[in-house]
Design a binder for this molecule. Sequence first.
Ligand code: COA
Length: 331
Amino acid sequence: MTYGARIAGVGSAAPARVVTNYDLAETLDTSHEWIVQRTGIHRRHLLDPETENEGELGLATGALQRALEDAGIPGSELDLIIHASVTSEMSCPSNACRIAEAVGTNTAAAFDLLAACSGFVYGMNIADSLIRTGRFSTVGVIGCDALGNVSDFTERTVSILFGDGAGAMVLRRDEDPSIGCVHQEMGADGTKWRMLYMPRREREVPEFDRDNPIKLGCLRMNGREVFKFAVTKFRKVIERAMAETGLGVDDISQFVCHQSNARIIDSAIQKIGLPPEKVHININEYGNTSAGSVGLVFDDLWRAGKIKRGDHVMCVAFGGGLTWAANVWKV
Ligand code: COA
């Protein structure tokens, strides 16, 4: 018997501290106008190292707790927790295990997944597949990153892009197999890892990047190449999803896109002919929150009643690896 996977609850979380472009321009050679024009970002929420003692773990837990409340179930009913992040606090144990403790389960399987900004969509796709087999019945998927912790704020090209945030979903087994993922794609091109990476040690830095002033332990990026990759990939995965499902733009109620750069999303809107009202953008408020981004957008739409039972919704993301992922979900 094949089951379906129903979205039972959605939640998100962002730190209270807001850092505007004007704040960044106080110490960096940049301007509000440059950042808005190139990226669409006005502000971002960043964990406060002085007052915030919960870090990435607190954000991820908060998002899952809201999704559980929305679903109306206690954490003890989860049988699997998938936490997607590149900024988990320890490499052992996974943040997923600590989130499990925080939401009140000591039996659910739990693991961290690292697919950078594609992580949440990877997590949704994996959860759907595992629920369909009947192996798991109630899965918490969280995408959370605190990239402020790995941004070098003495350097202007990368640090202006990122923010901290988390999105989560509770997915439950449904007797109706037509509910859930009706199409999914996940991929990676490891030959392009050098375009977006976070070296911890000198020996991990490729020859061409030895003079990069960005500190070890912080994100480095070839912005132009990532931009080109993203624009092409966004278009390809969206067109492939529509071709494979036979669904057109009119049949899909929302395109939930990773918030990497408003210009990248605008290019998809124009090239594919997506109606702007079906592509929610919140990068102006949060910046690029990596694995947090798709869940944050989903939660905005869910709470606004713009995603309803029976709708088809498409999620699309790309990121470090370089990775990409997409799905079409019958809600
Ligand atoms: N403020 C002001 N000027 C800046 C700046 C900043 N924060 N960052 C770079 N510049 C300058 C550069 O030094 C360069 O100056 P020059 O012409 O005198 O050499 C100029 O702006 C243009 O730089 P460039 O890197 O070509 O800008 P861009 O138009 O490609 O925009 C990004 C830079 C990062 C906004 C853009 O490449 C981008 O969004 N890439 C994709 C990033 C992404 O999505 N990453 C996440 C993937 S999940």
